[in-house]
Design a protein around this ligand. Structure first.
Ligand code: AMP
Length: 138
């Protein structure tokens, strides 16, 4: 497996070198909105410390991230009055991973509503509004 690349896009978000729409952070984790949302309220949770994915994460990183994943899943479900929440996580390119800093997707879901296709940029103002709804539910 390749080494962690400190110039990956989420490392740049952590260093505030590129913008993001943050919804929650603590000492060990950050949650921010996905720019290509596959459902309203689609957000990502990452550790603040470096690791590529589940395969090289420490138990401590996984515990911290999963605590925030649960917190954000509960808040996003409440904010969007969703029926359920999908949590996705990919490991290495063959596993579907595109950004090589550990992240979990949190997606509010409704009965009989499919996720939108990947790769379509969201509307910035709408994503900002969705972030405010999630923050209010925290
Ligand atoms: P994957 O590694 O397959 O989980 O995909 C990376 C995810 O990161 C995709 O859902 C992208 O929409 C999302 N993404 C990529 N760049 C950014 C960014 N600058 N801000 C927020 N989300 C991003």
């Amino acid at each position: 497996m390749a080494d962690y690349d400190p110039d990956n896009i989420f490392a740049k978000i952590l260093r505030n070198e590129i913008p993001s729409t943050r919804v929650f952070e603590d000492d060990e984790t950050l949650a921010f909105m996905d720019i290509m949302p596959r459902s309203d309220g689609h957000l990502l949770v990452i550790p603040k410390s470096p690791c590529r994915n589940v395969l090289d994460a420490t138990p401590e990183q996984l515990v911290a991230v999963m605590k925030t994943v649960q917190k954000m899943a509960q808040a996003a479900k409440a904010a969007f009055d969703a029926d359920g929440v999908t949590i996705q996580q990919f490991n290495e390119a063959a596993g579907g991973q595109e950004v090589f800093h550990l992240h979990f997707h949190v997606l509010p879901r409704y009965e009989d509503v499919s996720m939108r296709p990947p790769g379509k940029m969201g509307d910035f103002d709408q994503i900002a509004q969705h972030a405010e709804k999630i923050k209010a539910a925290l």
